[in-house]
Design a protein around this ligand. Structure first.
Ligand code: SAM
Length: 418
């Protein structure tokens, strides 16, 4: 039947398309796994939250919080002007999100699979929670001290070369490359995963990709000498300021004006680029993006995608209508025509279906689901597209990752061997 086809496709691709709808469900682990050959992403490391069985205390705490929130909601209630605009936006999104959620709840085969995503293909030992107790390397801190230029990373390549002298068809030779880890483009140009070592920890680098780890001040080093080597897809997830204390412990943030200086146009390929920007639900921010940021970047807005966040049992991670705590985030999409292309050519870009909804179970705090594949059909220029992620904390095969901690989720502890 159609449904079981969908499920078997989902098992391979990690993408489940609901028939006749604007909605898809994605398993980030399966999608990410397409970047690796010898490794796979550990589902229990990725899905560190939103699986009920994990921590009952956490669950009861969460429900008291939402009860408190509800009480508060009732008390305050004349919305100021900005809140009214935000509420209007929410009221427009609401029916789309509910419809998408209905599709999910109707797909009983998928729901049954979702509950097990955290233990997918793991032996018992691999699925323990020990992971959450480890201390992570702080690249942000190391990169900001005077010794930063002295730190080096070691890449261990295993090259398979056809043996010219006959005999065994494949001769292996290893190459060790030791290069600066900060303010330097680190490249794995091979077709295989590479294990890298830094300060006694190991990192997995996918095939055909690179990272540049630096502060915003050095981002101009990524601008290509000629725009034929620019990018066709630019995904940006800025460290927007917000009031969450939890956020402050996780990574530093920057005031909005810093993002105005991102050289989006200079990074854009001659053929143009699709720009995808993650935003939070703060109305002040939405206004800034629409009225200032996209204008400054030379990006013409075309569509919004919604990321709807669910738990493993299919329920939303929080109630849909709590004002300051929405269970969804938005990805704003636009086209940039680069430095040499004329605005007239905007018409060359593919028109995009607005209001698509992507449903997934969130990973670690602020980690976004990998949407590159869903965007590829709208990316201008020749294939394979040249893709870059700004403020990245992870790497994807075929992509360049820039940020002050692009190795964050690449540590070997996040992976299992195949
Ligand atoms: N998209 C990422 C993910 O899915 O995991 C999350 C990105 S997070 C919202 C923003 C990132 O920007 C953090 O890794 C933070 O450390 C980084 N960042 C903050 N200030 C920065 C700066 N001045 N230069 C470069 N990166 C910075």
């Amino acid at each position: 039947s159609e449904r079981s086809d969908q499920l078997s496709m989902f098992r391979k691709s990690g993408i489940y398309r609901f028939e006749n709808s604007n909605a898809v469900f994605i398993d980030a682990v399966r999608v990410l796994n397409r970047s690796y050959s010898r490794f796979r992403v550990s589902p229990s490391a990725y899905y560190s939250r939103f699986f009920e069985s994990k921590n009952l205390n956490e669950k009861s705490r969460a429900s008291t919080n939402s009860r408190k929130r509800k009480r508060k909601e009732k008390k305050t209630h004349t919305l100021n002007e900005r809140e009214q605009v935000a509420d209007k936006r929410h009221q427009e999104a609401r029916p789309l999100l509910l419809k998408a959620h209905e599709f999910l709840l109707g797909a009983t085969d998928l729901l049954a699979t979702m509950r097990n995503l955290r233990s997918d293909g793991c032996s018992l030992g691999e699925c323990t929670d020990s992971f959450s107790q480890r201390v992570e390397q702080s690249f942000v801190e190391l990169g900001s001290i005077w010794q930063a230029p002295l730190y080096e990373i070691t890449l261990n390549f295993h090259h398979h070369k056809p043996n010219e002298g006959g005999g065994s068809p494949l001769a292996q030779h290893s190459e060790e490359r030791v290069i600066p880890i900060f303010n330097n483009l680190v490249v794995n140009e091979t077709t295989d995963d590479v294990v890298a070592e830094f300060l006694n920890r190991q990192y997995v680098i996918p095939r055909d990709c690179s990272f540049y780890m630096s502060d915003l001040g050095q981002i101009h080093n990524l601008i290509p000498a000629d725009s034929d080597h620019g990018f066709n897809l630019i995904v940006v997830d800025p460290p927007w300021e917000n009031s969450s204390v939890h956020q402050k412990l996780k990574y530093p943030t920057l005031p909005n004006r810093y993002f105005l200086s991102l050289p989006i146009k200079k990074l854009t390929h001659t053929e143009g680029a699709l720009v995808a920007l993650w935003v939070t639900n703060r109305e002040k921010l939405r206004g800034f993006v629409e009225k200032e940021l996209f204008v400054k970047w030379g990006v013409k807005y075309v569509a919004t995608f919604y990321w709807l966040k669910v738990k493993a049992d299919g329920s939303l991670i929080s109630e849909l209508d709590i004002f300051h705590h929405r269970p969804y985030e938005c990805l704003l999409l636009g086209y940039c025509h680069g430095e040499v292309m004329d605005c007239k050519h905007f018409s060359r870009f593919k028109s995009m279906q607005d209001n698509q909804v992507v449903i997934s179970i969130p990973g670690d705090y602020s980690r976004k689901p990998p949407l590159g594949e869903l965007l590829l059909e709208y990316v201008p220029g020749l294939k394979p597209a040249r893709c870059i992620e700004l403020f990245a904390r992870e790497m994807i095969a075929g992509w360049t990752s820039w940020g002050n901690e692009p190795l964050h989720f690449q540590e070997a502890t996040h992976f299992l061997t195949r």
